[in-house]
Design a protein around this ligand. Structure first.
Ligand code: AMP
Length: 355
């Protein structure tokens, strides 16, 4: 166990790091943020910050020397940087887990090899391979960069008659994945924590509704039957065990029209679809992440009441006063100065009667 009063190093300075830092401080830990950004949302609430790029080896080594354990809120850190950190201090989740989760081909292959459903997919590294993959999987399909994509960036939908060559060129990547289009009924996610002792605890599955490829609303619990919810939790726990995860993992899934679950994405960190847990569960996802990373016993993830979370994106932040008038609404703002389009500025969770 990492003793109370120790310093947790967090790679990444966004809102996830900010909310992890707040949870860590509740447990008596200090937080040191590593981020390339000045005045980041996380550094505003942290004990210390290193501002440097994610491949600055000297800065990474100096950061590692000052902290007792390292975790992250952002997974697109160069693998060599994580290995360097791992050679100096405990890192949780491990560089090996990150390696699987940060690449869509490795991620989907890992899940499929566990016997868990995914969309049909093929790895693509050239326009010739893309043509072959289109023949194999059929259209419509979604072509995604294997790495560094988020919130719908680095993706193109291919339909009958689409210009395959232009689609490949537009991604400007060496490695991509073509996925068969899933005509899903609903998108859900399950967040699971796995402690140092191998014990796993999952939050209830939630429904996620996207607007312009960005998460807009999370409904907790997801309106699915108990058997499907149990299956979704079992899938998340199975993946966490197979990864030998030590930390938190979000598993995004599609519910197909015939009630099958297909895993779409893994994120080995707190996740936007778990923000509701801050106000509606005994233990928030942020506290759970800190507990797992520090080797503390996991907290109870059970929900105290149902909830609906809405992201406050871009300009929507200018109109948040209205939420303060609702006594069942909990407003969270991330301290970002500039409300650029598509930028997550905060979120609001409305607490409901339990179903
Ligand atoms: P991703 O970046 O993989 O999370 O994809 C962003 C969003 O695109 C998902 O939340 C879905 O709404 C949609 N999407 C991604 N992959 C597929 C797929 N294979 N079939 C249908 N919709 C998809």
């Amino acid at each position: 166990m990492i003793p109370f009063g120790s310093t947790i190093g967090i790679i990444g300075g966004g809102q996830l790091g900010r909310m992890m830092a707040c949870a860590a401080s509740t447990l008596g830990y200090k937080v040191h943020i590593f981020t390339p950004e000045k005045d980041s949302p996380a550094s505003q609430v942290a004990f210390a910050t290193t501002v440097a790029s994610y491949d600055d080896k000297k800065a990474l080594a100096a950061f590692a020397a000052k902290v007792d354990v390292i975790t992250f809120e952002f997974e697109n850190i160069p693998h060599e940087s994580l290995e360097l950190l791992e050679s100096k201090k405990p890192v949780a989740p491990s560089a090996a887990v990150l390696k699987v989760c940060r690449n869509r081909v490795r991620e989907k292959s890992f899940v499929r090899d566990l016997g868990i459903g995914t969309a049909a997919f093929a790895r693509v590294t050239s326009v010739g391979e893309l043509e072959k993959a289109v023949k194999q999987l059929g259209l419509p399909g979604i072509l995604k960069t294997a790495e560094l994509g988020y919130d719908g960036k680095g993706q193109v939908t291919l339909k009958e008659g689409s210009d395959i060559n232009a689609a490949w060129e537009s991604l400007k990547t060496k490695e991509a994945i073509l996925e068969a289009f899933v005509d899903f009924r609903m998108e859900i996610s399950v967040i699971v924590a796995r402690g140092a002792d191998g014990e796993s605890r999952a939050y209830v599955p939630v429904q996620n509704i996207h607007k312009h490829h960005i998460l807009d609303i999370t409904i907790a619990p997801a309106p699915i039957d108990a058997a499907l919810a149990e299956q979704a939790e079992a899938i998340a726990i199975k993946i966490a065990k197979a990864l030998d995860l030590h930390g938190l993992l979000a598993v995004e899934m599609f519910v197909t029209k015939d009630n099958k679950l297909l895993v779409n994405e893994l994120a080995p960190r707190p996740h936007n679809s778990g923000h509701w847990t801050m106000d509606a569960c005994v233990t928030s996802q942020f506290e759970q992440a800190i507990r797992a990373v520090c080797g503390l016993p996991l907290g109870n993830p059970v929900r105290v009441c149902d909830a609906e979370m809405k992201n406050i994106i871009g300009d929507e932040v200018s109109d948040v006063q209205k939420y303060l008038k609702n006594p069942n609404a909990k407003l969270h703002l991330y301290g970002k100065k500039e409300a650029r389009p598509g930028r997550k500025m905060g979120h609001v969770t409305v607490l409901k009667q339990s179903s």
